[in-house]
Ligand binder design. Structure first.
Ligand SMILES: NC(=O)C1=CN([C@@H]2O[C@H](COP(=O)(O)OP(=O)(O)OC[C@H]3O[C@@H](n4cnc5c(N)ncnc54)[C@H](OP(=O)(O)O)[C@@H]3O)[C@@H](O)[C@H]2O)C=CC1
Ligand SMILES: O=C(CO)[C@H](O)[C@H](O)COP(=O)(O)O
Length: 476
């Protein structure tokens, strides 16, 4: 008789297949299943020797091949496919069994699924998993949400296969129901913002200096040795150094300049809008991808007037300015993402440990970066930190970047190089530090056309001015 599996994985595309291999390499007996049977066969043929797999052809065969209480990881497409797979599994499961959704699910759907399965006596863990194909195999960053009882059972397994930094796993219990998928969504939103900022730095280096992609690859490789050290900066150097075998041209010049997206960046912004949390850096990154994809609009606008061509320079000073602007803007992007997580945590009662989120992103995930150590320290020093920007370390870095950051944004503006990420980060920063914002005028306008009322700086209450009458003020 075949040995019962300790855990099952269904959905064996790039992520699920490698996660199953990771589990097997860590000594677990893993039941594997995929809707299209061929993927299961391929996994066993290619990698069956790596560990103990129990292949299943049907869902019922898959479920019965797992020891109770069953633990099943879903790695299927987010949205309807996930619901369909849950609907297929649920009638075959028994109280105490658990489904772990490792896909990029929308946190609102995770809250709904967790509640529905809890009513059936089943555990549901919405676990954000980051690290792509390689991370899934060698150790991803894992952000599981769900009940503490569920985590007590699945946590040790997930922590065992996660990336490790300084001996600690890049996995922790994030919070109840949708907390894990929410944090993963914001992780991806930050990923979008970081990628946009890096792309803008490249664009400036390319258009404002005489550097060619190979030179710029070296600039990024150099930056990767310093405080900007991160997976995204590292792969940027690799991508920029790549030469197209067919044409001999830089790879980056033969790829269409239309950035695609699967939706998690958009979800981050949608959730931020619902929470009323400003995340302009993430929003600009989502819109920059959308703008890049507007081929007809771009073609129609191509001949619009711009500034006269500026002189190109390759000065070390400009490169250093761009490094400072990139670092400052990156701090702002992460500050926005962390603020969004803190706001959602308070709104949904998740009690998320902010420092722990920075800690588990230090390895395995796409936004892993040296400076996450600083974010972790900042929240350790003050778990109630209102914004990362006021932490002593970040405050110093922002102070140091002031002239360079503003020079970079103005240089880009004068040269007509779009830098929505850099400029919106600076505007957010200046908006937060402003003694007075023009929001007071907006309140006046709202009261003028809609009698919406306003609050005064000198006494409590809400007031209205009779704009079309005697302009006297009365409480409203
Ligand atoms: N790719 C990445 O880098 C990352 C992906 N993720 C998330 O992980 C999950 C898996 O990603 P990935 O491996 O890229 O695969 P895909 O997102 O491309 O999903 C493909 C898998 O979903 C299955 N599937 C699709 N529709 C159904 C259905 N109706 N019923 C049953 N199974 C279905 C497919 O089965 P079949 O073979 O039969 O078509 C296949 O196993 C996704 O939610 C993704 O967002 C998370 C982090 C990184
Ligand atoms: O989840 C991920 C990493 O953490 C994926 O790589 C992400 O889905 C990529 O997103 P997009 O296709 O929208 O750029």
């Amino acid at each position: 008789m075949t040995e019962l599996a300790q855990i099952g994985v269904t959905g064996l595309a790039v992520m699920g297949r490698n996660l199953a291999r990771n589990l097997a390499r860590h000594g677990h007996v893993v039941a594997v299943h995929n809707r299209t049977e061929n993927r299961t066969k391929e996994l066993i043929e290619e990698f069956g020797h790596e560990g103990a797999f129990v292949p299943a052809q049907t869902v019922s065969e898959f479920v019965s091949s797992i020891a109770r209480p069953r633990k099943i990881i879903l790695m299927v497409k987010a949205g309807d496919p996930t619901d369909r797979v849950i609907d297929e599994l649920t009638p075959l499961l028994e109280p105490g069994d658990m489904i772990v959704d490792g896909g990029n699910a929308n946190f609102a759907e995770t809250i709904r699924r967790e509640e529905a399965l809890r009513e059936k006596g089943l555990y549901f863990v919405g676990a954000g998993i980051s690290g792509g194909e390689e991370g899934a195999l060698h150790g991803p960053s894992i952000m599981p949400g769900g009940s503490a009882e569920a985590y007590a059972q699945i946590g040790p397994i997930l922590e065992g296969i996660a990336a490790r930094v300084d001996g600690r796993p890049c996995c922790t219990h994030v919070g109840p129901d949708g907390a894990g998928h929410f944090v993963k969504t914001v992780h991806n939103g930050i990923e979008y913002a970081d990628m946009q900022l890096i792309a803008e730095a490249y664009d400036l280096l390319r258009k404002a200096t005489n550097l060619v992609p190979d030179d710029i690859a070296e600039v990024f490789a150099g930056w990767n040795e310093g405080r900007l050290a991160s997976y995204l900066v590292e792969i940027t150097a690799e991508v920029l150094g790549q030469v197209d075998a067919e044409t001999g041209r830089p790879f980056v010049d033969v790829v269409m300049d239309r950035a695609e997206q699967k939706g998690t960046g958009r979800w981050t912004v949608q959730a931020a809008l619902d929470l009323g949390t400003p995340v302009p850096g993430i929003a600009e990154a989502v819109f920059a991808r959308a703008l890049s994809g507007q081929s007809e609009l771009r073609a129609a606008a191509r001949e619009l007037p711009g500034p006269p061509p500026g002189a190109r320079e390759a000065s070390r000073a400009l490169i250093d300015d761009i490094e400072k602007a990139l670092y400052a803007s990156k701090i702002v992007a992460y500050a926005q993402g962390f603020h969004q997580i803190a706001t959602a945590s308070a709104e949904f009662g998740w009690k998320i440990d902010m420092g722990a989120m920075a800690r588990i992103w230090r390895g395995g995930c796409i936004i892993r970066a040296r400076f996450l150590d600083r974010i972790w320290s900042a929240y350790n020093a003050n778990p109630e930190l209102p914004t990362l920007l006021t932490d002593e370390y970040f405050l110093e870095a922002l102070a140091d970047a002031q002239k360079a950051w503003r020079r970079v944004v103005s240089t880009a503006t004068w040269l007509g190089i779009p830098v929505p990420g850099f400029s919106s980060a600076l505007a957010y920063y200046d908006g937060l530090r402003a003694q007075r914002l023009p929001a007071a005028l907006i309140q006046g306008q709202r009261d003028y056309f809609g009698a919406h009322g306003y609050r005064r700086v000198d006494r409590a209450g809400t007031y209205h001015t009779a704009w079309s009458g005697d302009r006297g003020e009365s409480p409203s």
